[in-house]
Design a protein around this ligand. Structure first.
Ligand SMILES: [Zn+2]
Length: 193
């Protein structure tokens, strides 16, 4: 696949930015049949695990605030969302806003479905291609052809005039995810649709 990329300058700019260190994401994991949610620090996380994460936040507090909002909106359990530590039913259960997942009163399947629904808009998109995508364009200054290689949301290299910096490392070794890059690539692909 080869096409013209309007965001060449932006892509070059983001590759020189520091990677996504010090950002947080929401991670749902099954514990005793119920989906429990935690907020984890993401330090150059591997793109192969991207599907596990929901959202990117500049601080733990920002992630907690959104999670609290989602818990209210989707009647989620504060204990299973990691927002309250208790041996008993959570505070929301007492207010009948949590349907009792904390005391195994609500069926796990029903509860888990609401957790999935709540986190769905925050989930990372799956890479829509079978493998690497190539994006070609002419450099405004030198008029030479520049080709960007993008795989699984990672900008893995650029060649200029058929030569250059292409990175042939296996995916596991080069797969440092950069959230700014991800957003630009998602924006670019949705414009093409
Ligand atoms: Zn609860």
């Amino acid at each position: 696949m080869s096409t013209i990329l309007p965001h060449y300058k932006q892509i070059l700019k983001v590759t020189s930015l520091p990677n996504t260190s010090g950002v947080y994401s929401i991670v749902p994991l099954f514990t005793d049949n119920y989906l429990q949610v935690s907020i984890n620090l993401l330090n150059n996380f591997n793109v192969n695990n991207l599907k596990q994460y929901a959202g990117v936040f500049k601080s733990k507090r920002a992630a907690e605030e959104l999670l609290r909002e989602l818990a209210k909106q989707f009647n989620l359990c504060l204990k299973l969302c990691g927002l309250e530590k208790t041996q008993h039913g959570c505070f929301a259960y007492q207010l009948k806003q949590c349907y009792g997942a904390c005391v195994q009163e609500e069926a796990a399947d029903e509860y888990n479905e609401r957790v999935s629904m709540a986190l769905l808009p925050l989930r990372f998109k799956s890479w829509p291609y079978a493998g690497e995508m190539q994006v070609a364009e002419k450099c405004e200054v030198t008029r030479r052809e520049v080709v960007h290689y993008i795989d699984n949301w990672v900008h893995c290299g650029t060649t200029v005039g058929g030569k250059g910096m292409r990175n042939f490392l296996p995916m596991e070794e080069r797969a440092e995810f950069n959230y700014d890059e991800y957003r630009i690539i998602v924006g670019y692909l949705s414009e093409r649709e």
